[in-house]
Design a protein around this ligand. Structure first.
Ligand code: ZN
Length: 497
């Protein structure tokens, strides 16, 4: 039996933030869904960020199935990740393929990890992250229609670049409204059985404004601050948008969920500096003098103006003395460290026979690392093989993952192990949200969510496994320019440093 299903994704939404806003009457639509239906905490992937989590949403697999543990991936023979992950890297079938093949009409907009767009039985606006000037709809004509209606703001809210927090919050409110206009028009224009709409606003505003939303943050100004009203207003807008979508769609089933939750941070750990202190990583002796000399150029490189080969010469990679380095952090977002293994890594020195022993020592060093307050730096340190055995074959991915302790973010910048987190006052955590507007079980983990959606749409479970390899990707791979453009956007969001 076919039933119409509306899915709304609030990227980064967390009950610790939504709960108090709802209690003050600020989320009437969500509140009424919770009253008539069921809700819960939705576990994200490990590491808990948008790429891994939305890949799990799309493929119904935990990260050990799709192996996308970072925003970028390393090319074979490279030490650091440089290539953006996207829809072409997803194992197929995706949720959208399964629905399409079962004859359901799909309407998908702004769901992360759907760029490049691919053919569905219906219409798709590919979701973040989208290069400037690229085609991001399927069918392609949909993009012209969007342009004729004021255009679709595919990449927005680059909080590391926005002039001020209040400018970011104003932009976020505008994006919610303009996206919702398009979504409501599409619900009326398209034939659809399952509609999926993504809103990135919670993630973007919480990265820069978590100190206003969480009293545990040392910079929390208390409830009567103007800034608090402005950030809470973004959530009021999201709830109004949800109400408009439910009204326009009149679906049999509504599901709202986030890909991960959020927590306050005020200090960054710098894993490569921690590794340096512990004797696992060495920097070139000349680096200090070069740093001063190249300061202005390095800033340009970080701003994303220079291309990958130049970044290699000026970035963290160039500072490392590989001949004396046994382990390094490939990125901040991968939440882990990698051993520099001979025969496996481009500059490897750890003999593969010493892999286990070196990793054990490294993990105990990380477990013993303390913040300047004398607290453990990482609340847990796990072998990557326990989380995702398939990762071992991939270049530039962690051999051990860590979970930063409360209050701690991660940065790739700086020579000391800790630094203030700057404009970033919030980071991801595993605990996200899920709400369904009718009674029934809610999934515990994000990779179970797509099966709930296909169940609600009346699609048999076998549809996920039958002929799972026949649906090849039909988008073309992004060009070098498009990849650079995506990386530039990721810098604007703080995910690439
Ligand atoms: Zn996210």
């Amino acid at each position: 039996l076919t039933a119409r299903v509306l899915f709304v994704g609030w990227d980064g939404a967390d009950w610790d933030v939504l709960g108090p806003i709802q209690e003050r009457g600020g989320l009437p639509t969500l509140e009424s869904l919770r009253r008539s239906g069921a809700d819960g905490t939705l576990g994200s992937t490990f590491p808990p960020h948008s790429v891994a989590a939305w890949a799990s949403f799309l493929t119904a697999m935990p990260a050990d199935g799709h192996l996308m543990v970072d925003f970028l991936r390393a090319a074979p023979g490279r030490a650091f990740p440089e290539i953006p992950n996207g829809s072409l890297d997803l194992p197929r079938p995706t949720l959208l393929d399964v629905l399409s093949r079962a004859g359901r009409r799909v309407l998908s907009a702004n769901i992360p990890m759907t760029f490049p767009p691919f053919e569905v039985n219906g219409a798709m606006i590919a979701g973040v992250f989208v290069p400037e000037g690229a085609r991001f709809t399927s069918p392609p004509e949909l993009q012209d229609w969007l342009r004729s209606r004021g255009g679709f703001r595919a990449n927005a809210m680059q909080w590391t670049r926005s002039g001020s927090l209040s400018a970011l919050l104003q932009e976020a409110r505008g994006v919610t409204e303009s996206h919702t206009e398009h979504y409501v028009s599409l619900l009326r224009r398209e034939e659809w059985d399952v509609a999926l709409f993504g809103f990135m606003e919670p993630d973007r505003v919480q990265h820069a404004g978590m100190h206003l939303l969480d009293a545990r943050h040392p910079a929390n100004p208390g409830p009567s601050d103007d800034g608090v009203d402005r950030v809470v207003d973004v959530f009021h807008g999201l709830d109004r948008a949800l109400g408009r979508l439910v009204e326009a769609a009149e679906p049999e089933h509504v599901v709202v969920a986030s890909d991960h939750g959020f927590r306050p941070v005020w200090r960054d750990a710098v894993p490569n500096a921690i590794l340096e202190r512990a004797g696992f990583l060495a920097r070139k002796a000349t680096v200090r003098g070069m740093r001063r000399m190249l300061g202005p150029l390095r800033r340009v490189a970080r701003a994303g103006v220079l291309r990958a080969p130049v970044r290699r010469v000026l970035g963290v990679e160039s500072e490392i003395d590989w001949g004396r380095t046994r382990a390094y952090a490939p990125s901040g977002t991968c939440s882990g460290v990698r051993l520099n293994v001979a025969g496996r890594d481009p500059h490897g020195i750890v003999p593969s026979a010493r892999f286990d022993a070196t990793l054990e020592t490294l993990m105990s060093e990380l477990r013993e690392a303390l913040t300047p307050d004398g607290e453990p730096c990482f609340s847990s340190v796990i072998r990557a093989a326990e989380v995702a055995p398939g990762l071992a074959e991939r270049p530039g991915v962690p051999d051990a993952f860590y979970v930063p302790s409360p209050g701690l973010g991660v940065s790739m910048q700086g020579a000391s192990p800790f630094r203030p987190s700057g404009r970033k006052s919030g980071e991801h955590r595993r605990e996200g949200v899920v709400v369904r507007g009718d009674l029934g079980p809610v999934p515990r983990d994000i990779w179970e969510l797509p099966r709930l959606l296909t169940d609600l749409a009346g699609v048999p479970r076998e549809a996920w496994t039958i002929g799972s390899n026949d649906a090849g990707p039909d988008g073309s791979a992004p060009s070098d320019d498009e990849r650079e453009s995506i990386i530039g956007h990721l810098r604007g969001l703080g995910y690439v440093e």
